[in-house]
Design a protein around this ligand. Structure first.
Ligand SMILES: [Zn+2]
Length: 204
């Protein structure tokens, strides 16, 4: 009876810092478009964000399990390969809310297109990347062997890299990792500006 409609799979796939897509990541089913308020950056945010991560990971894992269950032909976790993970990621694209312009679109490379266009909506790279990270961890936490982890497969890595490049160009966004470390030069320069104690009054 139940036509295994995805709307029963109640899961949000990801959250990331891409404010364009922050609300767009309620991937499966959820018809609500609740935009949760930005998390307060107060103390305690660390613990709540880590339990949010755990919850998200569990939901993602359930979603993937559901996907396997509905898969035709049937697919068991132990026989799941990187190719199946890619299939899963492409399947998720239909729930995506991130506009990815095609090269022929006049807004190709525009961050904020001034008008609508018929380009497809996809899952944002950041969502997929974070999702794979969580599923990869969940796989091993659920007894999977690291060397058999389909989420760590080379094909998956390459696919994510390609999605990142394509979306970065199409959306005019740089996904370069922000470097935590300041370039050492700056720090050195700053330190140089701090004057050493003047030796002036040392010799009387
Ligand atoms: Zn477009």
């Amino acid at each position: 009876m139940d036509s295994h409609s995805v709307s029963h799979m109640n899961s949000t796939i990801s959250e990331n810092n891409d404010n364009n897509t922050a609300a767009a990541l309620m991937i499966i089913g959820s018809s609500s478009t609740t935009t949760s308020p930005p998390t307060p950056s107060s103390a305690g945010a660390a613990t709540s964000s880590s339990s949010r991560y755990e919850n998200q990971k569990r939901r993602d894992w359930n979603t993937f399990g559901q996907y396997l269950k509905n898969h035709r032909p049937p697919l068991s976790l132990s026989r799941c390969s990187g190719a199946h993970v890619l299939e899963f990621l492409r399947y998720l694209d239909q729930f995506g809310k991130t506009k990815v312009h095609t090269p022929i679109c006049p807004f190709y490379g525009h961050q904020n297109p001034p008008a609508p266009c018929p380009c497809p909506l996809r899952q944002a790279w950041g969502s997929l990347d974070a999702l794979i990270g969580r599923l990869r961890a969940a796989f091993e936490e659920n007894g999977g062997k690291p060397e058999a982890n389909p989420f760590g497969a080379r094909a998956v890595r390459l696919y994510l890299r390609e999605v990142r490049d394509v979306q970065s160009k199409a959306r005019g966004i740089s996904y370069e990792k922000k470097k935590r470390k300041r370039p050492p030069q700056q720090q050195q320069q700053q330190q140089k500006q701090i004057p050493l104690l003047p030796p002036a009054s040392s010799a009387s």
